[in-house]
Design a protein. Sequence first.
Length: 100
Amino acid sequence: MESKYSYQFTKSAKNDLEQILHYIKIDLGNPTAAFSFINKFQEAISNIQLFPNSCPKVINKFLSESIIIRKKLISNYVLYYSVNDNLKSIIILRIVFSHF
């Protein structure tokens, strides 16, 4: 089995995650759902660490072809990330609400 890739959050992604959890736990008053989301999030990260290039690429005409951003759906949120295969690392760029 391949080794796991390391990962890190951008400042924006860390803030996104904190706001999502605050919204679910405090604003919606549902700590159980917040706990469920964090479990799904951790599971998604574990899968990405093992298979970083398995998620679909973001297709955007404004991105250079040399920039590859991938996306992973987690409940009602999309996690955007990039992969550095040379360093075996993942950068979590953003986590945003989606209407999928």
